[in-house]
Design a protein around this ligand. Structure first.
Ligand SMILES: [Zn+2]
Length: 307
């Protein structure tokens, strides 16, 4: 008898809980439908920080950015959570970089396209960069960034033609700032006694080829690709030979190898930021892509003895 009553109670509880969850879900759905209608903002999912920053620059008040790689996380090896995937699938578009820094997005993209959600894989839309390129660090080349901004204007205008003039104006202002930054890089790095740097991972090849200096990375394209003992020995020899005086490290990679190389070659260590994401300290200090690019310029001028 007791067992029977307990069984009935359990079944009643399960039905009540299911009903409650169903109603709760409905009310959340109603709320979100309401808020979309009210704000008229475009929800855009973006894989990595620099693309989120550029999209925000163009979209301004008319976009809500959902950055998938969390702040303070190194993106090369980030795996999205189920909630990330739901966020992407409920957005109006996905903007991602390609060439492996956000490899998860390659797996999600076909499904999104099937559902009619536009996907902008940036590296596929940059003339001068091969679709087969294995170097994803296109956000560190200011000329390539300008093209990225233009692609974002196109995407937002396709999604929301009513605000085309706003997106174009926002982009024009930002493209002007990027031109100024590009000029400062050109002028700042033209007169340097050294034309070579040692970086923590292989993030600066586009930047180096744009402003004509050579990068010797300690790790590979991903910070996870650590060097062998022989590679480290060769790098130590090269630092001595070329009289390189600064060994760079970066925020998401352990500085151990940079410090060891610096100690062995009596060089200094300094930060060169690949701007793959913002740490909480950087966000708290109000830093952003543009500010970090300027800090990088100052660091490069010092390391390459530019006047
Ligand atoms: Zn990288």
């Amino acid at each position: 008898m007791f067992k029977k009553i307990a069984g009935i109670l359990i079944i009643t509880f399960i039905i009540a809980a299911s009903l409650y969850l169903l109603l709760e879900k409905k009310s959340i759905e109603n709320q979100s439908a309401k808020s979309t209608a009210q704000s008229e903002k475009l929800d855009i999912a973006v894989s990595i920080y620099p693309l989120a920053y550029f999209t925000e620059k163009v979209g301004g008040d008319f976009v809500t950015i959902h950055l998938i790689t969390p702040g303070g996380t190194e993106p090369h090896d980030y795996a999205p959570t189920p909630i990330d995937i739901i966020t992407v699938e409920s957005s109006r578009a996905l903007v991602y970089n390609g060439a492996g820094v956000d490899a998860w997005a390659d797996h999600v993209a076909p499904d999104l396209r099937k559902k009619g959600i536009p996907v902008l894989k940036m590296i596929d839309y940059l003339s001068g960069v091969s679709k087969e390129s294995v170097d994803p660090h296109i956000w560190l080349d200011l000329i390539l960034v300008k093209r990225q901004v233009e692609n974002i204007v196109q995407l937002l205008t396709d999604l929301d033609p009513n605000h085309e003039s706003i997106y174009k104006n926002n982009a024009a202002v930002y493209l002007g700032e990027l031109s100024k930054l590009d000029d400062d890089y050109k002028n700042g790095l033209v007169n340097c006694r050294l034309k070579e740097i040692v970086s923590a991972h292989d993030a600066f090849a586009y930047l180096g080829s744009r402003y004509d200096f050579t990068i010797h990375p300690i790790a590979g394209i991903s910070p996870e690709d650590e060097p062998s003992a022989a590679q480290l020995a060769a790098l130590t020899e090269l630092i001595r030979q070329k009289h390189i005086q600064t060994i760079f490290f970066e925020n998401f990679v352990s500085p151990k190898l940079s410090e060891t190389l610096a100690r062995e070659t009596k060089a200094k260590v300094a930060v060169l930021n690949p701007i793959e994401g913002l740490t909480s300290e950087e966000s708290d200090a109000g830093k952003n892509y543009d500010i970090l690019m300027r800090e990088n310029l100052e660091a490069l001028k010092k390391a390459m003895l530019c006047t």
